[in-house]
Design a protein around this ligand. Structure first.
Ligand code: HEC
Ligand code: HEC
Length: 458
């Protein structure tokens, strides 16, 4: 097949983002490749088969032979049965030749991450007030027949709740893949885990290439991209990462929109009283205030919310002593400031300690929370939000002199970056808790409505 007439190649330019815009404006070339994630409540829209390129991506995603151990595929850490997050509750996963090298960060869910816009630093208002920043992909993925937003608590605002004005710095980092945003596209992203010594641990790109040209699916590369691709290391790697990105984009289970909350948004399911109270707490700036960052409204154009604004914050969760790297008192994971990111943004002190706001879709299926996996229950996460300032002694260790070692995972010189302004982080030491036990239970009940695979009662 010649490279020009192959739709996979035509869509190559600009990667998934260009593809998504093509879908948005209805450019014909994209037709064969329209994403197949029709909402599950519309059974007539049965899942379309994956494109051949995405099928190749699936084979790569599940291929354990691409790791130095021979035992670890992408799915080994991003388990489809657990929202594409780990099945276990380890704060960091183990990789390397003997599957005993710990990573430094919790594995994020891959669910809904195709909507992630490229990394940028820009005015907050543009992101908060305009529709989400990856409109194209999101529009392509949103149910075509999504109803107009329904009456009720959600009708109040369709554009997301602006954060407290005082909290808005002139510019904020947003978008990008990984907790620190260091990769701009999925294609750029996927070579990372193959090379990381504590993940799939290939010595270099050539080692990955040598494995791909021996893989059972090698003939698919030549069939799809032309026989010469097998001899061209750079191109083969680029097609492999492209295929992975296609798979993550097309495979419906990466973004099914089948949670109870989605059915509620479609007017097909009702939330219980507790879940409704939880949603109100989530939205209410004087209570949880969660929706300021974990956006939960249908967009003006009918896009369903993904529960993140993709912006970066320093929440200063406690240092996780279960991560071996943290045994070194001089080691700090500073998010955008490294150690895994090293561009110009990584050198700007105002970015130190900032991590990307994760989606809360399927969050109740996770077993380690925050970038360092320090918490293992949603209750601990919520109590940390509520008590971080008012009762820091509950969350941070004491120093030899008895004082509380607050924000012990952020060096003091970066404390100015820590979020003290967005509710519920505006509490003062000794303030009464902003949420009581019943509120916390309701909030967690609401978070449980974000788990995909809800069985709609007819
Ligand atoms: C050993 C466990 C492990 C394996 C194997 C692994 N990952 Fe990951 N993945 C992680 C961790 C940890 C992160 C977060 C790293 C960071 O933020 O620096 C991550 C992040 C990602 C992200 C970014 C998600 C987001 O929301 O920003 C994508 C996409 C991803 N991985 C895809 C893959 C693919 C594709 C493969 C196979 C080629 C793979 N991963 C293999 C552990 C793993
Ligand atoms: C100012 C923005 C902001 C607000 C407000 C906010 N969050 Fe978050 N949330 C974040 C960021 C950023 C992270 C990741 C922090 C990290 O890992 O260091 C996060 C992480 C989480 C996680 C862990 C998810 C995971 O995959 O590890 C949960 C659960 C969560 N938030 C729930 C809530 C709830 C519930 C509220 C309201 C009480 C809330 N958040 C309010 C920004 C925010």
């Amino acid at each position: 097949m010649d490279g020009v007439s192959n739709p996979a190649r035509r869509l190559r330019f600009g990667g998934i983002a260009a593809l998504a815009s093509a879908l948005l404006v209805g450019v014909g070339a994209a037709d064969d490749y329209a994403p197949s994630n029709r909402p599950a409540s519309r059974q007539e829209g049965a899942a379309q088969p994956l494109s051949a390129v995405a099928e190749l991506g699936r084979a790569i995603f599940y291929d354990r032979s691409l790791s130095s151990s021979g035992k670890l595929s992408c799915a080994g850490c991003h388990d489809p049965a657990h929202g594409y997050a780990p099945a276990n509750d380890l704060p960091v996963q183990l990789g390397g030749p003997n599957l005993d090298r710990p990573g430094i960060r919790a594995v994020p869910s891959l669910g809904y991450m195709v909507m992630t816009p490229p990394f940028s630093v820009g005015p907050e208002s543009a992101a908060e007030v305009e529709a989400p920043q990856t409109p194209a992909t999101m529009a392509a993925l949103a149910p075509a027949d999504a109803p107009a937003p329904i009456a009720g608590p959600l009708a109040a605002s369709l554009t997301g709740q602006p954060k407290a004005a005082a909290a808005a710095p002139a510019v904020v980092p947003q978008g990008g893949f990984f907790w620190d945003g260091r990769a701009d596209t999925l294609e750029e992203q996927s070579i990372g885990p193959m090379l990381s010594p504590f993940e799939m641990d290939n010595a270099n790109a050539d080692a990955v290439y040598q494995k791909l040209v021996r893989a059972p699916y090698r003939s698919e590369f030549s069939r799809l991209f032309g026989p010469e691709v097998l001899a061209d290391e750079k191109r083969l790697l680029s097609e492999a990462t492209f295929a992975l990105a296609r798979y993550e984009f097309e495979e419906p289970s990466f973004h099914p929109f089948t949670s109870k909350f989605d059915y509620y948004l479609r007017g097909e399911a009702a939330l219980s009283d507790g879940e409704t109270r939880g949603l109100n707490i989530f939205d209410d700036p004087k209570k949880g205030g969660c929706a300021a960052c974990h956006l939960d409204k249908i967009g003006k154009d009918g896009r369903f919310p993904v529960f993140t604004d993709y912006q970066y914050e320093a929440l200063a969760p406690p240092r996780n002593r279960a991560i071996p790297a943290n045994a070194d008192p001089n080691f700090f994971d500073l998010g955008i400031c490294g150690p895994l990111r090293s561009d110009d943004y990584a050198k700007q002190p105002e970015n130190c300690g900032l991590f990307k706001t994760p989606t809360l879709r399927n969050v109740a299926t996770r077993r380690a929370f925050f970038h360092n996996g320090v918490f293992h229950t949603l209750e601990d996460v919520v109590r940390f939000y509520v008590e971080r300032n008012a009762n820091p002694e509950k969350w941070y260790p004491r120093q030899a002199d008895g004082t509380v070692n607050k924000f012990d995972d952020v060096p003091k010189r970066y404390w100015a970056n820590i979020d003290f302004v967005d509710p519920p982080f505006d509490r003062k030491f000794g303030d009464p808790p902003v949420l009581d036990d019943a509120d916390i239970a309701d909030l967690i009940a609401f978070l449980n409505t974000l788990t995909d695979g809800y069985e709609l009662r007819k």
